[in-house]
Structure formats: structure tokens, C-alpha cells
Design a protein around this ligand. Structure first.
Ligand code: SAJ
Length: 438
């Protein structure tokens, strides 16, 4: 049997039975895109609650409307299950599971290993598998290929087709979504690339084939390491400008007028999210095993993780200017999600800032329309119900995440003192003694 030809036929005629393993902010939109392209898709996730919601026609992912789920499940194009045995009936499976860090800062590949074990049970000749989870170069070959083929007669590139394709989902973004963001794909063999890029090419607007899984794995890490290091650079610029008595925000705006050779990043109170602070550490971990120290990554990570403490020291200075010790002062933190207008708290610098403020004896409240409560380590808080009252009563309002729905002119009017870590007040607060910027 020529499985290469057989699978390509099935992809072109949309008769291939597709699976997406892991139905989070990456997997669910991907399952929807395959289903909308005409494939029959089975979404697989061990969390029953997600499956129930999808079966009730409800989405739990910001970028996927309920209506889309209802249309696709009604048409039979999209099913959801937590039963992994369906894998044995599928022709092609995308793996979209988390790759977080352990507390030690080392990569946590437990999710990948667990799905690889499940796949091992059900993998069969004529199957295509694409790993999408961000990981260090070599993972697809060392962890997935080895596990799926060891002790079997499966021949890679003949019976089994394996590739890596990095996810490029930016939750909440409307201009670039799963379907129109170019998709890099690197196969273990040329036939793996041919089969998997044919598959993805049936649903996505642009597939970018590369020569190996390692190139695809490394491309993703370059993308996010580039961001993390440049954010670290502007964070250090903020500290330099503070020493120089120069407004870093004005400096960046001026530099951004350069129409080429410059890309704008902004300082902030720290680096949150499940990608940017984490992905580069997968790379530094891998290089450490090869006796190479990733100095840029280590330095940028040190600067970025130091920003919450630097921010709290600036808040303390601002209160001091107003003859108020931080100890006992009422501090209201505005915005705690890791970036504006989303409901994701993962790795948010707001958590470190709240912890440090507590440590210094401040009476801390927070408000965030997207995050009704915080239940993280020793922090147990509710978003304040009456924002106006809280602003007026606070000795200092700290803008940590600049959600677009805040009324910044009103905030400027009502607050006694504002520490603006995002330059959200901007020109409105120019020369206003009650506005202090990062
Ligand atoms: N941040 C800064 N200064 C900046 C940009 C970001 O402090 O100039 C902070 C944010 O406040 C946030 C963190 O960095 O706490 C991460 O912000 P982000 O804009 O990078 O948002 P993410 O984490 O959602 O990054 C995603 C990434 N997408 C994927 O990994 C698929 C990233 O590659 C995208 O470039 C990014 O979205 C994007 O462009 O929005």
C-alpha cells in the first residue's frame, strides 16, 4: 500500500478523518478551521467539562463563537470526545497540548509524553501526525517519533508521517487568525513534509514548508525569543532613562518614527503570558544540555522578571513624594490579565506586583473586568465592585494592564495619585504631578 498517495488523495478529497488532540486556544480554532474546510473532525480532550460545553454548542475560547460550534456540530463536521480510542479510526492528528515550565524552570513535557503514550496505543499505518506545541528543537524526533515507532514495523515516511508546525495563535487578534497566518511545517522526512503540508494546505491559506522538524521548532523559538529579548531591551531602556531623567516613552515614540530598521516595543511592569516568558527558556534549557549558555535569553529573562520589583520600588517612591509610606497605603491595581482586553492571568506580572505590595504592607485592591477573582498562591482577591469609589479612596492607583475600556480622563480626574506602568494616560497626564510613569 502506498500510504503517501492514499493520504494525499484523502486530504485532497476531504475524506481524511481528522483529529485534534488538545482543545485549548490553539486546538479548538484549528479543529474549527479543518471542519470549515470540509473535513470531518474529532476534537479530543481529557477535560470532560470542555467536551460537554462543545456538545452543548458552547465555546470557551475567546476567538471561537458559540454559533460556529453549533453550525459545525449540527452538520456533523465537528465532534468532541474525551475517549482517546477514537484515534484508531483517524487518518491525521494535530497535537495541541500545553508545554509549560516546571517550578524548577525546566520544560514540562508531561502533556506531550502523555499524548504520545495514547497515540502509541492507536497509531496505525497510513497516519499523519503534526505536533504544534511549542518545544525545543529535537522534541518531535526524539520524543514522538521514537515513542511511536520503537518496537513496531511502522516505517517513518512510508506508513507514518510526522511533522512539527508551530502554533501562531494570538488570542483576541482579529486581523491574523488560524486560517490566514502563514503556517511553517517541517517533516521528519520529505514524504512526511509532502503529506502534512498537503493536509494543512487544504485548510490554511499559506503553508511554509521547511527542511526539517528542527527548523520548524527553532523558527517558533526565534519568533518568541526575539520578542522577549526586545521587551527586555526596552525595559532596561526604561531603567536607564529613569537614571538620566529622560521620558522613555517619548524616546521610544521618537525612535519609532524611523521607517526602517526599528520595531517598537514598550516597557512594562513585567512579562506575562504562556508564550513569551516561557518559550525562550525551552531553548536555553536545551542549549544547556549541549554546554552552551544562552546569554541574551538569560539576561533578558533576568531583566523582565525583575520588572515587578522595579515597578513596586517606583510606586514606593511616588507615594513617598506624596509623603505617604507604602506601608498602610491603599493601592488599587487596575488591570491584572497579562495583556489588555483578554481574560488570561497566566504569568501575569500583576500577581508579582500584588504580592510585593502586600509584602511592603500596602492595603491592596484590584479591578479587572476580565478577571472577577484571583486565586493564585497566597493571593485570594475579588475585583472591586465599585471602581469609582475604589479610585477615589486609593492613595495610589497603579495601571498594570491598560484595558481599553477604562475611562482614563475620568481616572485622571478622580485619582489622588496614578502610577502608570503602561503610559495609558499618555499626553493627558503631561506635567501633571499626580501622574508618575514607569
Ligand atoms: N509586552 C511588553 N512590551 C511589549 C509587548 C509585550 O511588556 O512591547 C508584554 C505584554 O504586556 C505581555 C507579554 O509581554 O505581558 C507578552 O505580550 P505579547 O504581546 O507578546 O502577547 P502574547 O504572549 O499573547 O504573545 C502572542 C505570541 N503569539 C504566539 O506565541 C503564537 C507572540 O508570538 C505574538 O507576537 C504576540 O502574541 C503578538 O504579536 O501579539
Amino acid at each position: 500500500m502506498n500510504y503517501t498517495k492514499d493520504l494525499i488523495e484523502k486530504f485532497i478529497h476531504k475524506t481524511a478523518r481528522i483529529g485534534v488532540l488538545g482543545l485549548g486556544y490553539v486546538g479548538l480554532p484549528l479543529a474549527v478551521v479543518f471542519a470549515q474546510a470540509g473535513f470531518e473532525v474529532t476534537g479530543i480532550d481529557p477535560i470532560e467539562e470542555k467536551i460537554k460545553k462543545l456538545q452543548q454548542g458552547k465555546s470557551y475560547v475567546l476567538d471561537v463563537p458559540d454559533e460556529t460550534i453549533q453550525i459545525l456540530t449540527a452538520s456533523g463536521k465537528l465532534k468532541a470526545t474525551s475517549d482517546f480510542s477514537v484515534l484508531k479510526e483517524l487518518d491525521a492528528v494535530s497535537i495541541c497540548v500545553p508545554t509549560p515550565l516546571r517550578k524548577t524552570g525546566d520544560p514540562d513535557l508531561s502533556y506531550i509524553l502523555s499524548v504520545a503514550d495514547s497515540l502509541k496505543e492507536y497509531v496505525h499505518p497510513g497516519m499523519a501526525i503534526v505536533l504544534e506545541s511549542t518545544t525545543y528543537p529535537g522534541t518531535t524526533r526524539e520524543m514522538i517519533l521514537t515513542k511511536l515507532t520503537d518496537g513496531t514495523n511502522l516505517k517513518i515516511g512510508e506508513d507514518l508521517f510526522l511533522a512539527f508546525s508551530p502554533e501562531r495563535v494570538d488570542p483576541g487578534r482579529a486581523d491574523y487568525t488560524t486560517i490566514n497566518t502563514p503556517k511553517v511545517i517541517g517533516g521528519i522526512t520529505p514524504a512526511c513534509l509532502e503529506v502534512t503540508s498537503c493536509w494543512y494546505g487544504q485548510a490554511l491559506q499559506k503553508v511554509v514548508p521547511v527542511s526539517s522538524a528542527e527548523v520548524a521548532e527553532m523558527a517558533k523559538l526565534l519568533e518568541n525569543t526575539f520578542r522577549m529579548i526586545n521587551i527586555g531591551l526596552v525595559n532596561e531602556m526604561a531603567m536607564m532613562c529613569d537614571r538620566l531623567g529622560v521620558d522613555v516613552w517619548e524616546v521610544i515614540d521618537a525612535a519609532s518614527t524611523k521607517p526602517f530598521g526599528f520595531m517598537k516595543f514598550q516597557p512594562g511592569p513585567g512579562l506575562g503570558g504562556h508564550c513569551i516568558p516561557i518559550d525562550p527558556l525551552y531553548l536555553s534549557w536545551k542549549l544547556k544540555t549541549l554546554n552552551y549558555s544562552t546569554r541574551f535569553i538569560n539576561l533578558a529573562s533576568e531583566i523582565n522578571t525583575g520588572m515587578p520589583r522595579y515597578t513596586v520600588s517606583k510606586i514606593q517612591d511616588a507615594l513617598n513624594q506624596h509623603k505617604k509610606p507604602i506601608n498602610g497605603s491603599k493601592v488599587l491595581v487596575l488591570g491584572v490579565s497579562y495583556k489588555p482586553d483578554i481574560d488570561d492571568l497566566r504569568e501575569s506580572p500583576a500577581l508579582d506586583i500584588i504580592h510585593l505590595l502586600h509584602e511592603k504592607g500596602a492595603q491592596v485592591q484590584y479591578h479587572d473586568p476580565f478577571i472577577p477573582s484571583i486565586n493564585h498562591d497566597e493571593i485570594r482577591m475579588q475585583s472591586v465592585a465599585d471602581l469609582d469609589k475604589a479610585v477615589k479612596e486609593a492613595d495610589c492607583v497603579v495601571i498594570v494592564t491598560n484595558h481599553s475600556l477604562y475611562d482614563y480622563p475620568k481616572l485622571l480626574q478622580d485619582a489622588k495619585l496614578i502610577f502608570d506602568a503602561r503610559n495609558a494616560i499618555g499626553a493627558l497626564g503631561k506635567d501633571n504631578p499626580k501622574v508618575v510613569k514607569l
